[in-house]
Design a protein around this ligand. Structure first.
Ligand SMILES: Cc1cc2nc3c(=O)[nH]c(=O)nc-3n(C[C@H](O)[C@H](O)[C@H](O)COP(=O)(O)O)c2cc1C
Length: 252
């Protein structure tokens, strides 16, 4: 069984391709979180999670999923993360959550994909993003092969600031940044409700106009996926651009 969480499609792309290659069912954690579904899953073979990195760890909701979901059948979980450039000590934190749940981390692989963190990075052109995705395909295929052979694989190299980024940096992100207080809505909004439907925490509602509540996990899915780019964060998206996984590559 393969789980994925995604804001802009990178992790979904890998999950869907793994599902096809390994002939396994896929579950969207976006749907699980949004609909508050029961966290009970069964698989005879190791579970596989594909998640983006948010502030040098998997998102807190995904960590909680690893810690609290009831997994039956296999005791093992592979974690594959997609990231712009650095996942810090994510492997260590995932292992900790998985072991608290009496499960075993069977393997961990970070895969570089297009960066969607427009808060601090300028989004690349569509051609550059498509090339980066194509460049990741050999790594994705190697990972699929290792999982098919039931092998273990782990990250062994770290950067020297990783412990700080995944602890203090991640704490700062979750406590001071992960909210929608600074989201703004322009009058370009066409009230299509795409943001309402895509938000995994049901933080967005449409009455007279779109409004944000206090459940935002700062995944930025609403900003990137808005068809008219009516939502922004401190003018950063207008300045640095947006990203969604290119449709042309969805079945690549
Ligand atoms: C809130 C947020 C924080 C992020 N933090 C990191 C990070 O610490 N390191 C990194 O390499 N990429 C970071 N990224 C980039 C994403 O991990 C990367 O683009 C990922 O592939 C997106 O996957 P998705 O399309 O499945 O959501 C961040 C993205 C967001 C939205």
């Amino acid at each position: 069984m393969i789980f994925y969480f995604t804001s802009t499609g990178n992790s979904r792309f890998i999950a869907n391709n793994m599902a096809k290659a390994l002939n396994k069912p896929v579950t969207s954690l976006n749907e699980v979180f949004k609909n508050n579904l029961k966290l009970e899953f069964h698989s005879q073979s190791p579970f596989i999670l594909i998640s983006p990195i948010h502030a040098w760890r998997v998102p807190k909701k995904v960590e909680n999923f690893l810690k609290n979901a009831k997994f039956t059948g296999s005791k093992e979980i592979y974690v594959i993360v997609t990231m712009g450039e650095d996942c810090g000590l994510t492997q260590k934190y995932c292992k900790k959550m998985i072991e608290k749940n009496n499960m075993i981390l069977k393997g961990f692989k970070p895969i570089v994909m297009p960066d969607n963190y427009f808060i601090s990075a300028i989004m690349k052109s569509k051609d550059e993003n498509m090339q980066q995705i194509k460049d990741a395909i050999p790594t994705i295929n190697e990972t699929i092969d290792l999982i098919r052979k039931n092998e273990s694989f782990f990250q062994t190299e770290y950067n020297k600031n990783d412990w700080f980024l995944s602890s203090v940096g991640n704490w700062g992100f979750n406590n001071f940044m992960a909210n929608s207080k600074s989201f703004t809505l322009s009058d370009k909004c066409i009230k299509c409700k795409k943001c309402v439907n895509i938000c995994p925490t049901n933080n967005i509602t449409l009455n007279e106009k779109i409004s944000f509540s206090n459940k935002c996990m700062f995944c930025l899915a609403c900003l990137h996926n808005c068809p008219v780019h009516a939502i922004d964060y401190k003018g950063k998206m207008a300045k640095n651009g947006y990203y969604v996984f290119p449709q042309e590559l969805e079945n690549f």
